[in-house]
Design a binder for this molecule. Structure first.
Ligand SMILES: [Zn+2]
Length: 334
């Protein structure tokens, strides 16, 4: 399924069966010499078939197509090994290209297990969570010869000259594509209208939320009329949405601080006490991947607050516990 969003510019809807994200938007820009495909869908047959149908309907020849990955997540990068011929350029940031290498080479999962284990994620659930991780089940396979892009680099296709905008936060190497003459932003998962981009900590001290807020401020300074996001609806004028996303994270930080009034807690314990926009009544009912993402989001808020000096972190019996500053007890007059 696809629709034209601008001349020679198409949104390709790629379904993600059984995933709360429902679908991802890939984008095809058609050029006289070569096309550009932005993001791909997961490495699974449902995504491949849907994407191939759309590409065939648009008469796009993969042998005359280059690829751009907004970020490393499996729903965006999964099919790159299947779709990209060896001669194609595959644009990606250095940080996320390295992350894809760790995902393909499996070293990522040990690192995640180490982090999760000492932040309270129950050991019995950890193996299941990592086994069911979409990056492991549906991530890309193969060797990739990425064309690395950095902030400010230009990528042209037909009438479009895109500027790469480094927008770390959702992942460390997330990249948007900005077309200043058309006031157009391909936002990947940096800006989404109908859902909130997941901001996740993957190691101790990793502080993606500060990065994300800086990236929101950066994009707020661009002149943009149309946003083409990685999920759900295309939308216009992102400033209001940017304001809402910043407010959302401010409120979540406040919630985490409130939870910590109950005493020192691990990131996992905090996650079980936060409110989540899911249909399940209690934490125990969350499917394992949802527990995993909630846990990593709690971690992002905790690391942000620790970096701000509002909370502290202490290793107790092999686990990190976060706490509010101790209240100064008033000196008793004697
Ligand atoms: Zn993503």
């Amino acid at each position: 399924m696809y629709e034209a969003v601008l001349p020679d510019f198409f949104r390709l809807l790629v379904p993600l069966p059984g995933n709360p994200l429902q679908a991802i938007n890939a984008y095809l820009v058609k050029g006289p010499e070569r096309n550009l495909l932005i993001d791909t869908g997961m490495n699974r047959p449902e995504c491949l078939t849907a994407l191939q149908d759309s590409l065939a309907g648009l008469g796009a020849d993969l042998n005359r197509t280059d690829f751009f990955l907004t970020h490393l997540h499996a729903d965006h990068s999964g099919l790159i090994g299947t779709l990209a011929p060896p001669t194609a350029k595959v644009y990606c940031s250095q940080t996320d290209a390295a992350g894809i290498g760790e995902m393909v080479g499996e070293s990522l999962w040990d690192k995640l297990a180490f982090y999760a284990g000492r932040n309270g994620f129950p050991t019995t659930d950890l193996a299941v969570a990592l086994h069911k991780h979409p990056g492991r089940k549906f991530g890309p396979q193969g060797d990739f010869n990425f064309t690395l892009v950095q902030d400010g680099d230009l990528v042209s296709c037909g009438n479009y000259i895109f500027r790469c905008i480094a927008t770390p936060g959702h992942t460390g190497g997330h990249m948007c594509l900005y077309e200043p003459r058309k006031k157009l932003l391909v936002s990947g998962d940096h800006l989404l209208q109908d859902i909130t981009p997941n901001i996740a900590a993957w190691s101790d001290g990793h502080d993606p939320l500060h990065e994300y807020i800086a990236s929101l401020n950066k994009v707020a300074g661009l002149e943009i009329e149309l946003v083409l996001p990685g999920h759900r609806r295309v939308f216009s004028g992102p400033r209001e949405r940017i304001r809402e996303l910043k407010e959302h994270h401010r409120a979540r930080n406040a919630e985490v601080l409130r939870i910590l009034t109950g005493g020192p807690q691990s990131a996992y314990q905090v996650a079980t006490r936060m409110t989540w926009d899911l249909t399940y009544e209690k934490w125990e009912q969350f499917p394992m991947p949802q527990k995993w993402f909630a846990f990593s989001e709690a971690g992002a808020h905790l690391n942000y607050l620790a970096m701000e000096g509002l909370i502290s972190r202490e290793m107790v019996d092999g686990e990190y516990l976060f706490s509010l500053p101790k209240r100064k007890t008033r000196r008793q007059r004697g």
